[in-house]
Design a protein around this ligand. Sequence first.
Ligand SMILES: [Zn+2]
Length: 79
Amino acid sequence: MGLFRLLFLLAIIAMVYWLWRRFIQAKHAAKPVKPAKPEPMVRCANCGVHLPREHALASGPQWFCSTAHLKQGPNQGGQ
Ligand SMILES: [Zn+2]
């Protein structure tokens, strides 16, 4: 009976060790990988340049790339 208990104990230790190693590996694998989420792009209503929405300036339904273009307003195509 003593041998069986020893083997049982060894099996548990081996399992705990295996789980611990897996846990450590998972921790190392879980590095802060930047999720490649697509950034919503908007078009400047004045010059037509595309830029990320978080860097764009909104004026009602329209977006602008800079305060200068925001002040100028949308390009009416009169160039
Ligand atoms: Zn612009």
